[in-house]
Design a protein around this ligand. Structure first.
Ligand code: MF3
Ligand code: CO
Length: 250
């Protein structure tokens, strides 16, 4: 069942997402050669608690950290570590969520560390563009497949591939609600989008094959071919005036 939110609830989900967006922005400032992914995790939790918010991922399905940090060929759910220092040329995805005042916020971005290759920069740019192409389709009367097809079309036209095994999701009183939002699909198919839906749209885009595997730690998803992957996510409300991106700074 897809839960429709009142405008008051959307206001609260916006507050949670403002916290997420502000923290992601602070984390992005910290991303430099030499910092460890463990330090970024600790910092994310400190910032959330300072604002009275609870890190949403810690303990979720047993996930042990506050932040998911996925470097280079890691797609999602990379585990932070004080042993892992970032180096120039890396690309790093930061995925963060909070629970605040009864509602969840969830967003992600990928940033370059120091100087990255032209191809890595292009992958990051196309992944973010794919997210915005998807968001543009998030309006009442459209179908879920319109979002999926828009993301896929943008990504594949650029010569990259869309991860199949992980998808976006509804968000609200729960971190993961219906519907699932694949980043591949067919225009005009799927459930009709309605005002009051709040969707976390999150393309994961690979440089090479779309195929992924999970490492032995049970969490970290990596590309099967070892090539790069990028990830962007926004939580978006569908309103009668079109898509409203909630996970922006305030
Ligand atoms: N942003 C991810 C998602 O939307 C959340 C991480 S999953 C967790 O599914 F298990 F690590 F929390
Ligand atoms: Co998400």
């Amino acid at each position: 069942m897809i839960v429709l939110k009142t405008s008051e609830e959307i206001g609260r989900i916006r507050e949670s997402n403002h916290i997420v967006a502000n923290i992601l922005s602070a984390l992005r400032e910290k991303v430099k050669p030499g910092i460890t992914t463990g330090e970024l995790d600790t910092y994310s939790e400190e910032l959330a608690r300072k604002r009275g918010a609870i890190p949403a991922f810690k303990g979720y399905m047993g996930y042990p950290y506050s932040l998911c940090i996925s470097v280079n060929s890691e797609v999602v759910h990379g585990l932070p570590s004080y042993e892992r220092a970032l180096v120039s040329g890396d690309i790093v995805s930061l995925d963060f969520g909070v629970y605040y005042n009864g509602y969840y916020g969830d967003a992600a971005l990928t940033v370059p560390v120091g100087d990255v290759s032209v191809e890595a920069a292009r992958l990051i740019g196309i992944t973010e563009r794919g997210l915005y192409e998807g968001i543009r389709q998030a309006k009442a009367g459209n179908r879920l497949g319109d979002i999926s097809a828009a993301v896929q079309g943008c990504v594949e036209a650029a010569g990259f591939s869309v991860v199949r095994d992980f998808v976006g999701h509804g968000i609200g009183k729960n971190l993961h609600e219906e519907p699932q939002i694949p980043n591949y699909g067919v225009r005009g198919r799927g459930v009709e989008l309605k005002a009051g839906m709040v969707l976390a749209i999150e393309p994961m885009v690979n440089e090479g094959t779309y195929k992924v595997k999970v490492l032995e730690n049970g969490w970290t998803v990596v590309t099967e071919d070892g090539k790069l992957s990028a990830h962007f996510e926004h939580s978006v409300a569908i309103t009668k005036n079109g898509p409203d991106i909630l996970s922006v700074m305030q």
